[in-house]
Design a protein around this ligand. Structure first.
Ligand code: ZN
Length: 370
């Protein structure tokens, strides 16, 4: 079932976006969420995803970024929402203004954004029936209904991470992709960044049709593969925080090292009281009648971080500047808090859904309470 608010007029402009949080962040969110999931929620995950030694809960969380092309090209816009606000003076997210598709730049892509995608995938997922989940023990033999629920769950595990990355809730400079910065004194991307992220296609990220173009003198030269603000937030600061030097795919063929490091970070975060505070009792989870309102609340919270920290002094304050210093130090608590919030909220969402599956009456009560 699709929400009506998606069906709005296209615009003729577009922006490009890369991965959010990188694989390390998404994997850590998934591992950390396990600690807050009820046995019923974990059982539900196992029933639908059928994880094995090659595909664990963190693989479910990175699956959507590996499937942005081909038959899933229509999901491209699901990973972000382009808040066309006035940074840094006034940050806000408006669904009617920001949740659309890029017209000419996304002819084959479905309209929508991360907010509508979460709502729609939840709707698909909660339409799940126990019979379809139990139709087969073999993922490749799942009936079409069970397959759809499996895909919906993988998207949910990923998109809850995306919506907590501030630059996935901002339009300016294509979510920071067009804002060139310095990292460790370097302005150009190392070759290995591209080859170690084969699914992360940056080739068109300097596309000229940005919805909110930067001023001419703020633009990166279109031919330069510069280090950019989005990349700093999705991976470089996390790599520094974890002292993580991504191995080449040949050296980590099944991403064992990456998973092990993410699991260790999730463990560190779970015992870090300051970096991983409990959710407020009033926190809401986008299930049932509040789905859209809660997803929008999460998006607005992330977007507010653009004005309060990420670009608080405007583009000129970061463009061409070294971010591995004072900026990094200020960002670390934000990164930890957003990763932790995403994990706790993902778990709360799964727990609510599982309660409905386990006990119709109690489940409805859980949904109403959220
Ligand atoms: Zn994504």
């Amino acid at each position: 079932m699709r929400s009506a608010f998606l069906r709005i007029l296209p615009v003729l402009l577009c922006a490009d976006h890369a991965l959010s949080w990188g694989d390390m962040g998404h994997r850590a969110i998934a591992y950390l969420s396990q600690q807050y999931m009820t046995p019923e929620a974990i059982r539900l995950f196992d029933t639908i995803i059928k994880p094995d030694e090659k595909f664990d809960i963190s693989d479910a969380a990175v699956w959507a970024d590996r499937n942005k092309g081909g038959i899933y090209a229509y999901t491209y816009n699901w990973h972000f929402i382009d808040a066309r606000d006035v940074v840094p003076t006034h940050c806000d997210v408006k669904l009617n203004r920001d949740c659309d598709f890029r017209g000419e730049c996304a002819k084959h892509k479905e309209p929508g954004c991360v907010v509508s995608a979460i709502v729609n995938q939840l709707s698909d997922f909660t339409a799940f029936t126990t019979d379809s989940a139990n139709s087969s023990d073999c993922p490749s033999n799942l009936n079409p209904d069970a397959k759809q629920k499996q895909i919906a769950m993988k998207f949910l595990f990923h998109l809850v991470g995306d919506i907590h990355q501030p630059l996935h809730v901002e339009d300016l400079g294509a979510g920071g992709n067009q804002i060139c910065v310095k990292w460790n004194g370097k302005t150009a991307n190392a070759h290995e960044y591209y080859t170690s992220n084969p699914s992360d296609d940056h080739s068109d990220r300097f596309h000229s049709c940005s919805v909110t173009p930067l001023k001419d003198d703020d633009q990166c030269p279109p031919w330069e593969k510069c280090k950019n603000l989005h990349q700093v937030w999705d991976s470089l600061m996390i790599e520094k925080l974890l002292k993580w030097d991504p191995p080449s795919p040949d050296d980590d063929p099944k991403e064992r090292k990456e998973k092990a490091r993410a699991l260790r970070w999730a463990g560190d975060l779970s015992s870090d009281g300051a970096g991983n505070p409990p959710l407020a009792p009033s926190d809401c989870v986008p299930v049932g009648r509040q789905a859209q309102a809660c997803a929008l609340k999460w998006a607005s919270e992330s977007n507010n971080l653009i004005c309060s920290f990420v670009l608080r002094d405007g583009v000129a304050a970061v463009k061409g500047h070294e971010l591995n210093g004072t900026y990094y130090n200020g960002a670390v608590p934000i990164i930890k808090r957003q990763i932790s919030r995403a994990a706790r909220r993902l778990a709360a969402m799964m727990n609510a859904i599982a309660a409905v599956h386990t006990d119709e009456e109690d489940g409805q009560q859980v949904l109403q309470d959220l």
